[in-house]
Design a binder for this molecule. Structure first.
Ligand code: ADP
Length: 209
C-alpha cells in the first residue's frame, strides 16, 4: 500500500505519517527530512538546497525525484510526506511507480485553516539530534523528552518564510488536489483536531489492518 499526504505547511503531515507508518507497517519518506539531511553535507548541492529551503522555495524536480527513486527502489509500502509537491512531480511519480509495478492507493488531503497552520509554525520546535517535533506555546523548558537535547526552531519556521511557503503551496501544490481527485483517490481529512482524532478519520478511510 502507498499513501501520499498532501497539506499546507504545518498541517500535521509528519505527525500523521508516523502514526500511519506504525499502525500499517509502512515506510516513511519525507522529502523535507531527506533534503535537510542532504543540506547538512558540505557540497555544492547542499548549498543550493539550503538556500532554496531557507527562502521557502521548491527544490528542483530532478533533485527530488532522484532522492525519492533511490529510496523506493526494490522496496514497497510507503507513506510519502511532502511529495509530490507540484504537477510535474506528480506525473513523474506516476511513471516511477509504474516502473516499479506500484501505484498510489490513497491521497490523504489534510485540511486546515491558514491561521491555525501559522500558529503551529510559530510554536513548532524540533530536536536537532533525534528530529522529534514539539508544539510549545508557553515559556516551558525547550528540552527533548526523548534524548534531553535543547530544542531548536527550524530555519524556515518563521512568518516571512511561512508566507512564501503558503504562496508556493497555492500556486504549485494545490493543483495536484484536482489531479488526484479526478483519479478518485483523494480523501479529505479535517486536520484542525487533536492528532488522535485526525488519525481516527484516516483509519476510517484506509480501514483497520
Ligand atoms: P512543510 O510541509 O512544513 O513546508 P517540509 O519539511 O515538507 O515542510 O518541507 C520543507 C521545505 O523542503 C520546503 O519548503 C521546500 O523548500 C523543500 N521541499 C520539501 N519537499 C519538496 C518537494 N517535494 N519538492 C520541492 N521542494 C521540497
Amino acid at each position: 500500500m502507498n499513501i501520499i499526504f498532501l497539506a499546507l505547511p504545518a498541517a500535521g503531515k509528519g505527525t500523521q505519517s508516523e502514526k500511519v507508518c506504525k499502525n500499517y507497517h509502512l515506510q516513511h519518506i519525507s522529502t523535507g527530512d531527506l533534503l535537510r539531511e542532504a543540506a547538512s553535507k558540505n557540497d555544492s548541492l547542499s548549498m543550493e538546497i539550503k538556500d532554496k529551503m531557507q527562502k521557502g522555495l521548491l527544490i528542483d524536480d530532478s533533485i527530488i525525484t532522484n532522492l525519492v527513486s533511490r529510496e523506493i527502489k526494490g522496496r514497497e509500502g510507503f507513506v510519502f510526506d511532502g511529495f509530490p509537491r507540484n504537477l510535474s512531480q506528480a506525473k513523474l511519480f506516476d511513471e516511477m511507480l509504474k516502473e516499479n509495478n506500484q501505484k498510489i492507493d490513497y491521497v490523504i488531503y489534510l485540511t486546515i485553516d491558514e491561521e491555525v497552520a501559522k500558529q503551529r509554525i510559530l510554536s513548532r520546535f524540533v530536536c536537532p539530534v533525534c528530529q522529534s517535533v514539539y508544539n510549545i506555546k508557553d515559556e516551558s523548558d525547550k528540552i527533548c523528552s526523548k534524548c534531553n537535547s535543547q530544542l531548536v526552531k527550524r530555519e524556515d519556521d518563521n512568518i516571512e518564510v511561512f508566507n512564501k511557503r503558503l504562496e508556493v503551496y497555492k500556486t504549485d501544490t494545490a493543483p495536484i488536489i484536482d489531479y488526484y481527485k479526478e483519479q478518485g483517490i483523494l480523501f479529505e481529512v479535517d486536520s484542525s483536531l487533536a492528532p488522535d482524532l485526525v488519525f481516527d478519520q484516516i483509519k476510517k478511510i484506509i480501514g483497520e489492518l
